[in-house]
Structure formats: structure tokens, C-alpha cells
Design a protein around this ligand. Structure first.
Ligand code: FAD
Length: 334
């Protein structure tokens, strides 16, 4: 049995951010991920200036694709609004592997199946033992499944379903485009260019509301494909892949004993733009800080808002779910 003081399950932004802080402080930390990095992660790869700051990312020194948008185009109900902005895109395939390597942590390729508590320690698959455990395994995180499911039940009304494709494409429009509520979609679709001839397109919507409408996300993928052909002359080269995750629910603390839950495993993505990279990084760093300082691990101040928490945020939140999540126990966005 391999022992470490701290084990992190999952090497996405949440796990690598936690691992980096712990490693920097000289902690005995080990990270397990079922995938071999670099690995595919479905994600538009849009990141905010806050992400850049939290990671202390020196953009000039980042060795992979990094594109800054001058404008973000909001399309809604036939209206188009170009909003000047400073936002960025990366490819998750490159970004996550780079972050993980930067963390300096030892990574073992291992798919965690079971987690149990044994006295003061946690035992994973009868193969690993630790005193502190960080769950950063995304939606299907085994730490969530084994230790947190009862305390932090997920709100089905906050589940998103997505389809996405990232491919080499010599785009001419270097801005980001978001299409809200097209054809009644309870969510939005996107066109996100990446540096040096790559493009990410996708569609995401609230699972429960799609079901109520008798639709599935593939229908909206067809609408997006038609729009991309019309607007940009894009012929999609292959079928997309799908992934599902939860938006910010009723989570106030992601800690039970010495086990911590971060990122998508805790359901922290924002309720207005479904942004999950920033909350994943911040929660990972915060879990590390709580372990190092022996302090509290609070998530209550994660607002669930990318757009500042004002009326736009509240309206988007309502428009995605029609308030059904509040009836189901998730609080309104503060
Ligand atoms: C289509 C789509 C588009 C998105 N676009 C954006 C965007 O543009 N901007 C944004 O901010 N957010 C976006 N998000 C959300 C964002 O991708 C996630 O919120 C973010 O990746 C969460 O990071 P994480 O570290 O918690 O989990 P992940 O990035 O999912 O990492 C989890 C890791 O855990 C590993 N793992 C899982 N199970 C096990 C196991 N049993 N044992 C060992 N390892 C395991 C996985 O291999 C993975 O490497 C998008 C999501 C989707 C699906």
C-alpha cells in the first residue's frame, strides 16, 4: 500500500491547483488521475482575467495556444451585441497538462474506484492511504460518490448537458460568439477561436428543461451546425462528444473530516455562464490552504455568478431553469 500525507484525486484545474500549492509548501502529496496526460477534456477553454491572476500565469511565457478576445458577441432573440472585453481562450488538452506538470507533483495513472475511511486515514482501492484527501475528479468524482453524496445531494435541475467539438480551422473571425436561447434552448451555444488555427464550438443546456420540452441536446447541435455554416461557412468535420456537469448548488462547505471536495466534483460552475475553470482553481487552492494552515474550508462565498451577481446574472439564472432549482433546494444567487 502506497502512503502519502495528502492524496488528490483528479488532475484537472482543481486538482493541479491544489497540488501545486501543497507541493510548493513542501507537503507530501500524491495525485491520481485515471487519464494519461495530455488528455482530452471537453471544454470551450474560455478563461477570465481572474483565472490568469489566480494562477499567476505569465501569458508571455505560456508555451501553448493562448488567444485574447477583443470582443465578445452576445446573440439573443435576433439581436447581436458586441461587448468589448479582455477574455482569453486556451486548449484544455494543452493547458491542463501544462498546469499539472508545473505543479511538480508526482502523478500516478490510476482510476480510483472506492474510497473508505479507516480511523484517521482514507484508503483508496486498498492501494493508497492518506491522512488528507482532496476530491477533484469532476462530475463522476469517486470521493464525492463515496463520502459526500448524502451530505451534498446534487440538484438535478442544475445539471447541464453539452456537446462539443474542437478542431483545426483557419478562422477569420477572432472574436468569441455566444448564442443564447436560440430555438428555445435553455442554455447557449458558442464559437470560441483558439490561437494558431483551432476552433471550439459547442452547445449546452439544462437537462431537466430539455426533457420537459421533449427535446434532446442533439437537436440544438443541428441548429448550431446550420448557424455555423450560414454565418462562418464552417462544415463540421466530425460528430461532437458529450459531457454533463452541475452548476452551483447548495454547497456551503465541501469538507467532511479531512476530506475536501473541489471544482466540478463540488458543483461550483457559475449559474449565468456555466464557467467552471475559475471556481475549480480557486477551490483547489483554498483546499490546499485549509490543509496547510489547519483552517476552515468555506465555499459559501463562491457566488455562482460570472457576470457580477446583478440583475443580468439573476435573469440568466432564471431563464436557464425557470426557477425550478430554487424549488429543488438550491438557493438564489447572492
Ligand atoms: C462542453 C463544456 C464546455 C465548457 N466550457 C467552459 C469554459 O469555456 N470555461 C469554463 O470556465 N468552464 C467551462 N466548462 C466547465 C469546465 O470544463 C469544468 O468546470 C472544469 O473542467 C472543472 O475542473 P475540475 O478540475 O473540477 O474537473 P475536470 O477538469 O473534469 O478534471 C477531473 C479530472 O479527474 C479525473 N478523474 C475522474 N474520475 C477519476 C477517477 N475515478 N480516478 C482518477 N481520476 C479521475 C479525470 O480524468 C480528470 O482529469 C465547460 C464544460 C463543458 C462540459
Amino acid at each position: 500500500m502506497r502512503s502519502a500525507e495528502i492524496i488528490v484525486v483528479g488532475g484537472g484545474p482543481a486538482g493541479s491547483s491544489a497540488a501545486q500549492r501543497l507541493k510548493q509548501a513542501g507537503a507530501d502529496v500524491l495525485l491520481l488521475d485515471k487519464a494519461h496526460f495530455p488528455r482530452l477534456k471537453l471544454c470551450a477553454g474560455w478563461i477570465t482575467p481572474e483565472v490568469v491572476a489566480d494562477l499567476q500565469l505569465d501569458i508571455g511565457a505560456y508555451p501553448h495556444r493562448f488567444l485574447s478576445f477583443r470582443r465578445l458577441h452576445w446573440h439573443m432573440k435576433g439581436l447581436s451585441l458586441p461587448v468589448p472585453c479582455v477574455q482569453h481562450s486556451i486548449r484544455r488538452f494543452e493547458f491542463d497538462a501544462w498546469l499539472l506538470e508545473r505543479s511538480g507533483v508526482e502523478v500516478i495513472e490510476h482510476s480510483v474506484k472506492s474510497v473508505r475511511q479507516e480511523g484517521e486515514t482514507y484508503v483508496l482501492d486498498d492501494a493508497f492511504r492518506c491522512r488528507y484527501l482532496i476530491g477533484a475528479g469532476g462530475t463522476a468524482c469517486p470521493v464525492y460518490r463515496s463520502l459526500f453524496r448524502e451530505q451534498l445531494p446534487r440538484v438535478r435541475e442544475l445539471q447541464t448537458v453539452t456537446l462539443e467539438l474542437e478542431f483545426p480551422f483557419e478562422w477569420r473571425d477572432a472574436d468569441c460568439h455566444l448564442y443564447f436561447f436560440e430555438h428555445g434552448l435553455p442554455g447557449y451555444s458558442w464559437y470560441v477561436p483558439k490561437a494558431r488555427g483551432w476552433l471550439n464550438v459547442g452547445v449546452g443546456g439544462m437537462a431537466t428543461r430539455l426533457k420537459q420540452r421533449g427535446e434532446d441536446i442533439w437537436l440544438h447541435w443541428q441548429h448550431l451546425a446550420a448557424r455555423l455554416r450560414r454565418q462562418f461557412g464552417i462544415e463540421l468535420p466530425e460528430e461532437p462528444s458529450g459531457y454533463s456537469y452541475y452548476l452551483r448548488g447548495p454547497v456551503s462547505s465541501g469538507r467532511i473530516g479531512n476530506a475536501f471536495l473541489t471544482g466540478d466534483a463540488a458543483g461550483l460552475a457559475t449559474r449565468d455562464l456555466c464557467e467552471g475553470i475559475g471556481p475549480a482553481i480557486r477551490s483547489g487552492q483554498r483546499a490546499a490552504a485549509a490543509i496547510l494552515a489547519g483552517g476552515a474550508f468555506e465555499l459559501a462565498d463562491f457566488t455562482g455568478a460570472s457576470l457580477g451577481g446583478g440583475w443580468i446574472t439573476r435573469w440568466m439564472d432564471w431563464a436557464f431553469t425557470r426557477g425550478a432549482h430554487e424549488l429543488a433546494g438550491a438557493r438564489a444567487i447572492a
